[in-house]
Ligand binder design. Structure first.
Ligand code: ADP
Ligand code: MG
Length: 410
């Protein structure tokens, strides 16, 4: 085995592990099963990439989306790591299999539906495994916000290789979901490692929509750098992109209704750009590695605090000051409630109502926004963060001092 820190320096060119990365890597190096709950941008990939190189054998990485796998492979190859995927979108299957069998891959990516098949288990048994990473591990839990039944079928694969360390990774898991992931994937309780969720460099602003186009214009006038504007629907994304396009910034639009080639070009342009505004539905963002996104704006209500946190978390991964702006309207809530009642299966409605209520509490709060976010993820926040709209300009405190002044002067 090689020294993980050497690999961090030589392969990645990074000087130190960040936050809990060292703790996670240590466990995997020691062959222990682990669940790492780390916010977006915290560097989850490195937690399996480094042990994949340091331990003998190939690392198997389970990932839910082909696009996500391909992004990861591109990024790994950028560091000189040998990586490939076996998916329906890969036509170099024979080549990948040959490389895998010859022990010439550091990372092999596969989706859960493939990885759970018996033929895949037999294939994997042909070479030594360094570890099995399960990315986006919240997909294994019905409590999670993105349940994927295929994740449940991974257990026989894991159990076939009991001595191979499992590393489950997720950005968004509340307590119930974490417990479920541990249970479903056979990871002991002491294998849970949770990173701090605070993103101190992100300044949160939340206010009612009041002429969105004007609000965006003011925002862009004061906010240099690349940013994302999330629109609630494809049609809204098109319309807002047209408005933003007239505000003097390079503008892109991205949603699932566009041709894949067009989407890929828009995404590539955004990643390169220092001042582009990408107007998009939530189809945009997963797996995009752009450290210098300076702001994320929501033109409508996100569907949950998890979604809000994850989407705003795409800002400021480089640690520099960044902004999150949410513009909401009462009609967002009535529309979301109506959708829950008409489209969500009855047994899930309670959970969805709870998620909406939590969003309601966040947007209507007079106190620290960050405190609400952190408490939601089980952390004990300071009373006031000094870096959200309500802390910088307390809505009630202003009135209170005003009243106090009047009382004193009377
Ligand atoms: P996550 O999957 O947790 O959202 P990523 O694995 O995509 O995060 O990593 C986010 C960014 O941080 C990447 O650009 C990655 O190269 C960088 N990064 C990760 N770990 C470190 C580190 N220890 N030092 C410097 N940069 C790091
Ligand atoms: Mg990731």
């Amino acid at each position: 085995m090689q020294d993980p820190l050497d690999i961090l320096h030589t392969t990645f060119g990074f000087s130190d592990f960040r936050g809990v990365q060292a703790q996670v890597v240590d466990r995997v190096m020691a062959g222990q099963h682990t669940l790492a709950v780390m916010p977006t941008g915290a560097g989850k990939s490195l937690c399996y990439q480094v042990p994949a190189l340091a331990r003998p054998g190939t690392a198997l990485v389970i990932s839910p989306l082909i696009a996500l796998m391909h992004d990861q492979i591109r990024s790994a190859e950028g560091f000189g790591i040998r990586a490939a995927s076996l998916t329906s979108a890969d036509d170099n299957r024979q080549e990948t299999l040959a490389r895998f069998r010859a022990g010439e891959l550091d990372l092999l990516y596969a989706a859960p539906e493939r990885a759970s098949s018996e033929s895949f288990r037999n294939l994997i048994a042909q070479v030594p495994l360094a570890l099995i990473a399960i990315d986006e591990a919240h997909c294994v839990s019905e409590w999670g916000h993105d349940f994927r039944p295929d994740y449940r079928l991974l257990r026989p694969l894991l159990d076939r290789f009991p001595g191979v360390p499992r590393l489950a990774l997720t950005a968004t898991a509340d307590r119930q979901t974490r417990e479920d992931i541990l249970h479903q994937l056979g990871i002991p309780d002491e294998g849970l490692i949770v990173a701090g969720f605070d993103r101190p460099n992100i300044r949160y602003h939340i206010r009612p929509r009041d002429g969105l186009s004007g609000q965006l214009q003011t925002l862009l006038a004061n906010q240099p750098g690349a940013g994302i504007v999330y629109a609630p629907t494809r049609a809204a994304a098109e319309k807002i992109a047209e408005q933003v396009g007239k505000m003097g910034r390079p503008t892109g639009v991205y949603h699932a209704g566009l041709d894949p080639g067009v989407r890929a070009r828009a995404q590539a342009a955004f990643v390169q750009s220092e001042d582009m505004v990408m107007v998009a539905t939530i189809a945009f963002g997963m797996g995009i590695d752009k450290p210098d996104v300076r702001f994320v704006a929501h033109a409508g209500l996100p569907k949950s605090i998890e979604a809000y946190y994850q989407e705003t978390g795409r800002a400021g991964r480089d640690g520099d000051p960044s902004e999150a702006h949410l513009f909401w309207g009462a009609e967002d809530f009535s529309r979301a409630r109506a959708r829950v009642e008409s489209e969500v299966p009855e047994d899930r409605r309670g959970g969805e109502r709870q998620r909406l209520n939590a969003m309601g509490a966040l947007v209507e709060a007079a106190g620290c926004r960050r405190a609400i976010l952190l408490r939601h993820f089980g952390e004990t926040p300071p009373e006031s963060c000094g870096n959200c709209d309500n802390c910088l300009e307390p809505p009630q405190a202003v009135d209170a001092t005003e009243i106090a002044r009047k009382l004193l002067s009377a």
